[in-house]
Design a protein around this ligand. Structure first.
Ligand SMILES: C[S@@+](CC[C@H](N)C(=O)[O-])C[C@H]1O[C@@H](n2cnc3c(N)ncnc32)[C@H](O)[C@@H]1O
Length: 249
């Protein structure tokens, strides 16, 4: 049998870190390829599987190799309470872009315009996965597959299409950009093929994104409040789309 630690060191630079039981569970559910998975406590990990993920319990049983706690701790940036970690193959960019471009689209693409906060990006990917969105595209320099984003997304990157693109290369479709100065979202039905775009935490929507936008929409908010958090704004817009769509979960 191949030593999981040497496999880990060989693959870690090019693979996606799944940090903790829940990230591994989600990745397996959404058919990620997982060449190596370790735990410092196999009985505890399988007890969690029995309780929370009986659908993938046998797969996890076959994947997980127990290693000493010190070995596990040396493989990850900071140990997770579940003492589980795995590496997954990052989906090919070409395949992700094809998923994002495919028409007719049955659920929106979320666009984060130059996001700065890794936690917001992770929370958005988790929302997109939950609502069955086609994908999440980021513009700007943040890597949406950064380990902290994957941790925030609870391994749900594999349940949707996640890529980075410049604004001129965004997928086709009517672009609804969210901005406090826009028209009230509640009077607008969001189509299934929409791109739903959100601005940067610090500076809002960029000029390039505004120029590409077909509609500017606002979320209900009292005048004295400047703005909502980015991920909560995504949640409200996706919820609004879902309430008017037959394609939503
Ligand atoms: C934290 S806000 C950005 C605040 C930024 N200082 C600005 O000038 O816009 C991040 C993003 O969330 C969305 N957002 C926040 N509050 C909103 C609201 N009331 N209506 C529409 N979009 C909102 C927008 O897309 C915004 O660009």
């Amino acid at each position: 049998m191949t030593d999981p630690v040497s496999t880990w060191h060989r693959l870690a630079p090019s693979h996606v870190l799944l940090d903790g039981f829940h990230a591994l569970k989600h990745a397996v559910r959404f058919e990620a390829q997982v060449p190596v998975a370790v735990t410092a406590d196999r009985p505890a990990a399988l007890a969690l599987a029995d309780e929370l993920a009986p659908d993938v319990r046998d797969t996890l049983d076959a994947l997980l190799t127990e290693v000493p706690a010190t070995t596990y701790a040396a493989l990850v940036p900071r140990p997770h309470p579940t003492a589980v970690a795995a590496l997954a193959v990052r989906p090919a960019r070409e395949a992700q872009l094809a998923r994002l471009a495919r028409l007719p689209r049955t659920a929106p693409v979320v666009v984060l315009d130059n996001p700065r906060n890794l936690g917001n990006a992770g929370a958005t990917i988790r929302l997109a996965a939950g609502f069955g969105a086609t994908g999440v595209v980021t513009t700007g320099t943040l890597d949406p597959w950064h380990p902290t984003v994957v941790r925030g997304g609870a391994g749900l990157h594999f349940a949707t299409a996640v890529e980075r693109l410049p604004v001129p290369e965004l997928p086709a479709g009517p672009l609804f950009a969210l901005d406090p100065e826009g028209e009230d979202l509640r009077g607008v039905e969001l189509p299934d093929d929409a791109l739903l775009a959100f601005g940067s935490e610090r500076t809002g929507l960029s000029g390039a994104l505004r120029a590409r936008a077909d509609h500017l929409l606002s979320l209900p908010m009292r005048p004295q409040v400047s703005s909502y958090n980015l991920a909560t704004s995504v949640a409200m817009a996706l919820y609004h789309w879902s309430s008017g769509s037959t394609g939503a979960p």
